[in-house]
Ligand binder design. Structure first.
Ligand code: E4P
Length: 226
């Protein structure tokens, strides 16, 4: 059902991971339209980020967010240029800071795709969209953690973007469980990026397991074979 909810087109699932082995497993589930990485996920890999991004780009046909480490616009542009050269699918992930917005202007003028990360307010999303961001990443789980509503943020960004027909895509990030995915789809987010564990849980339902067990037990008792 969630595929029909977003009036602007289909909803995409990205995997939030920098682990190529995990990404391969998720690909077999048919749930990887793209990938998001961040410096903390890269740190777990213990390899040069450009090397990891190259490996992921060989696996996945879709946007791959690679985050800059510099905090000044000039440094972000230099790093982003290097990352963008790895593959056409690389999307430069910039922090939602003043310097990040300056760097965003450069990437927008040079037609390089961007993802503005660590978005926690509708106005941050609006500024990013006005400056040509390809994606904005509102962090749902981290807002919920401090007693705010991550989903309310998604809804407000969606309303603002729709009011002005903004083309920037809403990428629901910091997703902790399938319920976040369901609600983000209902709110009209274009993408939900999920850790592998959450992607797997999207398939699961205790009644599916219980029902299958009963079917197989009945078949065994009757001595059925296909
Ligand atoms: C998104 O791009 C981020 O990498 C990610 O969703 C952050 O999630 P966390 O809050 O679980 O670290």
């Amino acid at each position: 059902m969630i595929y029909t909810i977003c009036m602007m087109g289909k909803v995409d699932f990205f995997i939030d991971s920098a682990d190529p082995q995990e990404i391969k497993k998720a690909l077999s589930l048919g749930l990887v339209d793209g990938v998001t990485t961040n410096p903390s996920l890269m740190a777990k890999e213990g390899r040069k980020p450009s090397e990891v991004i190259r490996e992921i780009a060989d696996l996945v046909q879709g946007p791959i967010s690679a985050e800059v480490l510099a905090t000044d616009a000039k440094g972000m542009i230099e790093e982003g240029k290097k990352l963008a050269r790895i593959h056409d699918n690389v999307t430069i992930k910039l922090p939602m800071t003043e310097e990040g917005i300056v760097a965003l202007g450069w990437f927008s003028q040079n037609n390089i795709k961007t993802n503005l990360t660590l978005v926690f307010s509708p106005l941050q999303a609006l500024v990013a969209a006005k400056n040509g961001a390809s994606f904005v990443s509102p962090f749902i789980g981290r807002l919920d953690d401090i007693g705010h509503s991550g989903m309310q943020l998604i809804r407000e960004i969606k309303t603002i973007f729709d009011n002005y027909r903004m083309e920037t895509k809403i990428l629901a990030a910091s997703v902790r469980h399938p319920e976040h995915v369901r609600e983000a789809a209902l709110a009209g987010a274009h993408v939900a990026t999920c850790p592998y564990d959450v992607l797997k849980k999207i398939f699961a339902h205790p009644l599916t397991d219980k029902g299958l067990k009963a079917f197989l037990s009945d078949a065994k008792k009757a001595g059925l074979s296909v």
